[in-house]
Design a protein around this ligand. Structure first.
Ligand code: ATP
Ligand code: MG
Length: 296
């Protein structure tokens, strides 16, 4: 569903984004827009450049060429400035503070929206205490929204894998974004958890947050998205509605392997796209890391 007209400024407008690593062009001249009220999917085989493109959007990588605009303003390629502008993300390889509680992880995500500075924090004056209470209230609201309120005091590393993915979403939402980028939010989830995540993303969109989501689960993508773009070897091969993309012969040849078949009652699960495992590799599934490190 799209609620915008053609004259409305897109929430995200990436133009001519290219990312080269030495001789390898991981992303080549990719244009992508996300409008207010939209959920847009980004699909493509392993190594197609999807995560690299996210890293270019969020300032983790400085694109070799191209510009990224958020609500009409060109973004500086610095992660904290991108978050401050209104783009939040989750990571393909979960990045939580493993030894902090669920609540503390969400509070970390809140800090870009807290005006209180270092001195205020050290002196713990009334301004700081008020801001702290407001952040706590907001973080608990978000935990309730994603269904983790009963686990607020648990250490992040003790959460089941699916809950860790949800916690990453809550932490991203804590920065009050206008655009949420999700990198494989259902990787490693069972079908029930995947359905819950789908509902969660619809609810996030209904809160007024546009969503750009990378996934290999085609049923999830084609159910969820208003528009889908397919990257292959760093280039945007096709972009369109789920109907258009799933029946495009080039997408079938380069990625899906066989034409996608939507759910029909009593039908077994559709095959996974060619060359893409249903679940992530074990190291991806088990890892819980801090926010430091490489851009995956
Ligand atoms: N920092 C880097 N230095 C060098 N090459 C990189 C770097 N980051 C990514 N690449 C390369 O860029 C290409 C695209 O990788 P990317 O992780 O973006 O793919 P992807 O579409 O997200 O794949 P997947 O579905 O497996 O997550 C790969 O060939 C990868 O090895
Ligand atoms: Mg990736």
């Amino acid at each position: 569903m799209t609620t915008t007209t053609e004259t409305t400024t897109p929430v995200l407008d990436a133009g001519g984004v290219t990312m080269r690593f030495g001789g390898l062009t991981a992303v080549r001249d990719v244009d992508l827009k996300v409008n207010a009220g939209e959920i847009v999917g980004l699909i493509g085989p392993n190594g197609a450049g999807k995560t690299t493109f996210f890293n270019c959007l969020t300032g983790l990588y400085v694109p070799t060429e191209g510009t990224v605009r958020y609500k009409g303003t060109v973004l500086p390629p610095k992660p904290h400035l991108v978050t401050q502008a209104g783009i939040a993300r989750t990571f393909q390889n979960i990045r939580l503070f493993a030894n902090m509680t669920v609540l503390e992880n969400v509070l970390v995500g809140r800090h870009t929206r807290t005006k209180e500075g270092l001195w205020s924090a050290l002196l713990r004056g009334p301004g700081f205490k008020k801001a702290e209470a407001a952040s706590h209230t907001r973080a608990m609201e978000l935990l309730e929204f994603i269904g983790l309120q009963d686990k607020a005091d648990h250490l992040a590393r003790n959460l089941p894998y699916g809950d860790q993915r949800k916690l990453e979403i809550a932490r991203a939402l804590a920065s009050d974004p206008g655009l949420l980028l999700l990198d494989e939010p259902t990787a490693g989830m069972n079908p029930q958890e995947t359905r819950v995540t789908e509902e969660l993303i619809f609810a996030i969109r209904d809160m007024g947050i546009a969503v750009l989501v990378i996934e290999h689960d085609m049923r999830f993508i084609f159910n969820l998205c208003d528009r889908v773009a397919c990257l292959v070897q760093g280039e945007k091969l096709v972009e369109g509605t789920p109907d258009v993309v799933q029946s495009d012969e080039r997408v079938v040849a380069a990625y899906l392997g066989t034409p996608f078949e939507a759910d029909t009652p009593g039908k077994a699960d559709a095959p996974a796209p060619a060359g893409t495992p249903e679940a992530p590799e074990p190291d991806k599934a088990e890892r819980t890391t801090s926010t430091e490190g490489e851009g995956q």
